[in-house]
Design a binder for this molecule. Structure first.
Ligand SMILES: [Zn+2]
Length: 176
């Protein structure tokens, strides 16, 4: 069925996805059936009174009879399901562009700053009657004169919202 002149996706592109889904289900069922028969045969073999060599040979023979076919089917199943159900892009890596966009996200959207660019420190590690958390607009970075925390807007969101770097970059660059 597969033609060696094409890559798998070039080949798969020629078929409607329903055809490929049916094929995938057929492969999965065949795999289930083979595994069942393989394990039944192994169980049967384990009950046979025989010398070690005969048992070893029996297992070896079953492995060839079923194992190789199961392995081939698993490869096909993986190929088909990767093609039919690709992983969403958001699960992939972060681009430099997304990081740059995230770093430029304005602090003003996240925290109220007074005219001097100060706010009460949001990290909650100290009293802050006189705001000591300062945002430097030009660099889009912060520094707290009381607890000495500092960083960019990504560090800020990671700390205040308890998010991972990835989650933060996605959020600030307009992703999820
Ligand atoms: Zn502080």
């Amino acid at each position: 069925m597969e033609n060696n002149n094409f890559t798998f996706s070039e080949w798969a592109d020629m078929f409607a996805s329903e055809v490929l889904s049916e094929k995938l289900i057929a492969y999965q069922n065949k795999r289930k059936d083979l595994i069942l028969r393989y394990s039944k045969a192994l169980t049967k073999l384990s009950k046979v009174r025989a010398d070690d060599f005969s048992l070893w040979f029996g297992k070896y023979w079953l492995k060839i009879k079923y194992g190789d076919d199961i392995e081939k089917l698993e490869k096909k199943i993986k190929q088909f399901s990767n093609y039919l159900y690709p992983k969403p892009v958001s699960e992939g890596m972060i681009t430099d562009q997304e990081i740059a966009t995230a770093k430029a996200y304005p602090f003003e959207n996240l925290i109220d700053l007074n005219a001097g660019g100060f706010a009460k420190c949001p990290f909650g590690t100290h009293e802050d009657a006189r705001p000591s958390f300062k945002v430097y607009k030009k660099e889009n970075k912060f520094f707290c004169f009381s607890c000495l925390e500092k960083g960019d807007v990504i560090d800020f969101v990671m700390k205040t919202e308890n998010k991972t770097f990835r989650e933060t970059v996605k959020k600030l660059s307009g992703g999820n």
